[in-house]
Design a protein around this ligand. Sequence first.
Ligand code: ARG
Length: 412
Amino acid sequence: MPKLILAYSGGLDTTTAIKWLSVEQGYDVVALNIDVGKSREQPVVESRGIAAGALKVRVIDAREDFLRYFAFPALAAGAVYQDQYPLATALARPLMAKLLVDVAHEEGATAVAHGCTGKGNDQVRFDVGIQTLDPSLSIVAPTRENAMARDYQIEYLRQHGVDIPWGEKGPFSIDENMWGRSAEAGVLEDPWNEPPREAYEWTRETEEAPSTPEYLEIEYESGMPVRLGGQDMGPVAIVERLNDVGGLHGVGRIDHVEDRLVGIKSREIYEAPAGVILHAAHRALETLTLSKQQIKLKKVIAIEYAELIYNGLWFSAHHQDIAAYVASTQRHVTGTVRVKLHRGKATVVGRKAVQSLYDRGLATYDRGDTYDQSAAVGFINIWGLQTRTQARVQLLGELPEALKIAMPHQQD
Ligand code: ARG
């Protein structure tokens, strides 16, 4: 029988997929579980996969690679989709596509599969990634091809001798990894409904967060977080710690109506304490270490970067070009940011960098001023030259009109 590698979460959809792919499609299924952190099914993936008839279950701990090569570069770029979504799911998909293809090669498989529906972004990210990395692999998407209702899936498995206690269906559709959690569907489908407290799992209600603030010191080297509270820490430890402490203070809740690539608007609840804190701190460090032109262009690039991640174009030349620009901007983004966590907010309250462009001598209104105020007169003379010329040559008669637009109550 031909071999197929299935991206396997251990949930009902992909467990049903193992059986369906073997029975209806005639594949030998290798279930590949990619651990990007936070999966509640992690302890049971192996037993469930085997019970459902997988040839074997392979588990790859990809948490560190996920943060180092996917989430942190997006952080350095300032990539946040539609100013709200730190892209947790979107960043994990290309990593999963890559590992599916690698394992397919190792195992001599001719096909790969994932559990995405036909309505979302994830199918695009998987398919485009896989097709880019190895166009010879066939892609099967059981849920997209043959959506089965939950009861029917459980019944289908039972009929094939797979008896797993599935428990109650949760009220939402959830996806989680270390960079963030998303909840959609159920009562959240009405954008007018306030998310019920069960929609959140990583973060406390603001009112129930501690009344005393907590301070963090986060250090970055060339745009990458490397230390917390002066202690060297790996990416996994940093993000775990920030998720915990941020969640405790109710930081990182996002309620967003988002535009999917496939044209649907969808209401999403995200929790991303570490992502929200690290983005805020990183932006603050850039205010010290980048010039105003760099900050301005980088903002534009951040939008483009977020969209290419969201839209499944990770393995593209366009990404390579943008990543090279971003990496270049990060050469001097090294320093420390102090963040205050309190009642749902992460506020930057201090920042420092050895190669800071901030010059106290230039900025100060106190003694020790090194700025030559008399030079401002000549500067303004040149800066306003063209505007003055235009006013004299073209706008003279029109200036009172312009004034009316600015202050209509001052007519005549
Ligand atoms: N809307 C987010 C995205 O497109 C989250 C998707 C969550 N995925 C899921 N299969 N539930 O990245």
